[in-house]
Design a binder for this molecule. Sequence first.
Ligand SMILES: Cc1ncc(COP(=O)(O)O)c(C=O)c1O
Length: 466
Amino acid sequence: MNTKYSDLINQTYYFPQEEFTLNKDNLKFHNIDLMKLVEEYGTPLKFTYLPQISNNINKAKNWFRKSMEKNKYEAKYYYCYCTKSSHFEFIMNEAFKNNIHVETSSAFDINIVENLMANGKINKSTYVICNGFKRDQYIENIARLINNGHKNTIPIIDNYEELDLLQAEINGKFKIGIRIAAEEEPKFEFYTSRLGIGYKNIVSFYKKQIQDNDKLELKMLHFFINTGINDTAYYWNELVKCIKVYIALKKECPTLDGLNIGGGFPIKNSLAFEYDYQYMIDEIINQIKIACDEAEVDVPNIFTEFGSFTVGESGGAIYQILYQKQQNDREKWNMIDSSFITTLPDTWAINKRFIMLAINRWNETYERVLLGGLTCDSDDYYNSEQNMNAIYLPKYNKEKPLYIGFFNTGAYQETIGGYGGLHHCLIPQPKHILINRDENGIIATEVFSEQQTADDVLKILGYDKK
Ligand SMILES: Cc1ncc(COP(=O)(O)O)c(C=O)c1O
């Protein structure tokens, strides 16, 4: 009988996969023996495998290049990194090796952009696309960037008032974009996104407030479909609506030459993940091309703002199973040495699924379990609601520690989890390491931050204030 954990994974999925392989009993990720990391750094452990960021950026650039060639699409593609998915300097340093652009969402992002510029990571030709609802500090920072000469800054108008606020602060002429408020998926609780300006009002807004204003140069139409870029009737329907608005606006506004299709590329969230990126891009480029040709307008430059896709597949978390609690004859709770709520908050908040695999003991028999976090919150768990099926792991054995890994967790989890701050039940933030490869492919690791200490937490709580 095939009763080993490795048999189960082999029977359920295609295994091994490009990034997941086995070294006897242990899992390797991009050829890195994860048990070695555990031995060196302990658990709980968060890691970032930096080369994956450049890998994904270059994959997307190639897909768009191929599609544009195939469709004889005569305009450019600009890959922007959506900083809100992970603001860390180590992420930016890797991402901006690849001649890309940046999308910002709030005031402090501009300070990051200025820092990157001062350090030569980005330059005058880098587009800075400023999204988000703009309050005073954000307006002031955007204006400073433009007034200091960064002409490729494009604030995207999210609400009518922003035009006046920006004009009051920016000297001379500047570029702008407009965000279309997408219609939400039919099953959503509301109809229209609160972000941006409704479809029907875009052209009239342009005519009333932009067309005759010498200070403003409209360059971009922006939209973001909340559910991501998926092969669904809803996505294609929204895309076509946005292209129609682009064409209507282009007919009024000759300076308009950019269409920003936002973020939303999915990433691998299970070993059974299937998504044909090239097909989706081909279809998008094809639809835009057909519509523009029919309307006899030039095709726009395409901008994307991938967050998850840029950084998600670089991150992971490793936990030890500390103990098994059998609460009745069917439910066995494997308790991890950290918390899901605080270290992978999307598992708790939006039932998000990540790839979860045992790190060691692959050749031992398995059992069905639930995974519990250390906080006293009954919602601090990970089970088949998030996972694709029930969770199976090598059998708990007090004498043989079991480690598990969550993969492709690199986007949003640190900021939503409040990195470096206070966490539920004061469960400390795990140690975080960076993994890189040199030009010969040799792996190097370094600690980015140690596990949070009691002193760190008490300081935040005000205990050391006299
Ligand atoms: C305007 C905008 N662009 C890009 C993104 C990035 O989305 P994703 O991480 O799904 O690529 C978001 C995410 O919320 C967004 O709001």
